[in-house]
Ligand binder design. Structure first.
Ligand code: ATP
Ligand code: MG
Length: 395
């Protein structure tokens, strides 16, 4: 087992991008190279509309597969055995070697499917399918291997190209588009369940992610920040490195607390979070903000609240979980592996800043009037918070 040193990378959507296909494939290759370079020496290449990853040194097979199957743009990874195609005996050897290297147990049904792009090979596809099937059976029938042409457990693909390629497993990837093909976003990342999922969903469409976390020490603990970093790191396994901007928000929150009605604190605070995220987006060349808001989940996520919060910025705000129920977001976060971390008990927003009866139907004019009370007070605090933000690159 596990002596396979080559992988065929399957991708779907990028294949439909016409003339841009080349660009998309190159970006995907780059993503793959960056992701696995710590595991050994690899050659990642495009070859006749295919992407192959070949290990040139020792490497950890399981970790490599784990890394590859999380890269956006990849729909599947097939471990491949490569052989010469000088004559049929080499094809047969490759198929037998593939089985030996891929399975410990042969009690399953199979079918052979052959594709022959090299038409000079002296046997046609059907002949190759029949012969390979025969040779595999001869070797493993006593261990339970049998043929099922209608619903095989294992489909053995034999491709006669420049060489012979044999593969029989497709390990699913996350799909989506390679990160770097669709601009940049700044995601408002808190330690909850929703925003890591939202960050993942936007990154999945090929968007390079920055994140911003508003930290409120000493009201929130260092553990809360560590939790956000841990969440960002989990998402970065799919999305590539994420620059997390850590903003000290305490003074700004206190200024709002001291000068504005308490039932409007959350709305006004969110408006400042959005404004600062927009400034970060401008500085980083990002085109949009991303949040984990969902209609009606809490008082600051009613239609009226979302509208008033949006009004603080001109940049588009994307909320990919907007129409999802909490349970659906939970299921999603379990699937991508963020849930267990999200439910760790550290609060990301200090409780003294949460009103007992927050407004649920804020009016923009009223909020704006109350924000006026911050004029002359908030600007230097805002600037200082923006300028002292620390950036941690999560990967
Ligand atoms: P989440 O599960 O993502 O924490 P939530 O259900 O707790 O969301 P809110 O606290 O209302 O909802 O936050 C709504 C959104 O605002 C979050 O999804 C996130 O995008 C952003 N946000 C909230 N608090 C912070 C923070 N401290 N730093 C950065 N972004 C935040
Ligand atoms: Mg939260």
């Amino acid at each position: 087992m596990d002596r396979i040193n080559m992988f065929l990378v399957k991708y779907a959507e990028i294949g439909t991008k016409g003339k841009n296909r080349y660009v998309f494939e190159e970006i995907l290759c780059k993503r793959i190279r960056n992701r696995i370079k710590s595991l050994g020496e690899f050659d990642v290449r495009r070859d006749f509309g295919r992407i192959y990853v070949e290990a040139l040194s020792d490497y950890d097979y399981d970790t490599c597969l784990d890394y590859l199957t999380k890269i956006f743009g990849i729909t599947g990874i097939c471990p491949v055995t490569v052989g010469e195609k000088t004559d049929y005996s080499e094809v047969s050897k490759a198929a037998l070697r593939h089985f030996k290297d891929s399975y410990d147990d042969f009690d399953f049904s199979f079918k052979v499917h052959c594709r022959r792009t090299d038409k000079t090979f002296p046997m046609n596809s059907m002949e190759i399918e029949a012969e390979v099937g025969h040779d595999l059976l001869e070797e493993y029938e006593s261990e339970g291997l049998h043929v099922d042409v209608h619903e095989p457990d294992v489909m053995v693909e034999v491709e006669i190209r420049d060489k012979v390629y044999v593969y029989s497993k497709v390990l699913p990837g996350p799909g989506g588009l390679p990160v770097g093909t669709n601009g940049k976003a700044v995601s408002l990342l808190s330690g909850g369940i929703d925003s890591p999922v939202a960050t993942y969903m936007i990154a999945k469409r090929g968007v390079e992610m920055h994140a911003v976390y508003y930290n409120s020490p000493p009201y929130t603990s260092a553990r809360a920040l560590e939790k956000v970093e841990k969440l960002g790191r989990i998402v970065s396994q799919y999305a590539g490195p994420i620059a997390l901007h850590i903003v000290n928000f305490t003074e700004l929150q206190l200024a709002i607390y001291d000068n504005c009605p308490h039932d409007e604190l959350t709305i006004i605070m969110k408006r400042y979070m959005f404004r600062m995220a927009q400034d970060i987006a401008k500085k980083e060349g990002a085109q949009c903000l991303v949040t984990g808001e969902s209609i009606g989940q809490v008082s600051s996520q009613t239609m009226q609240s979302l509208g008033v919060i949006d009004d603080a910025v001109t940049i588009p705000v994307y909320r990919p979980v907007i129409g999802m129920d909490k349970q659906e977001i939970v299921d999603y976060s379990e699937r991508i592996g963020t849930f267990e971390t999200s439910i760790e008990p550290y609060e990301d927003c200090c409780t003294i800043f949460v009103a007992k009866h927050p407004v649920t139907k804020p009016k923009l004019e009223v909020i704006e009037r109350h924000e006026k009370k911050l004029e002359g007070i908030i600007e230097p605090i805002y600037q200082k918070a923006l300028e002292t933000a620390e950036i941690h690159v999560l990967k």
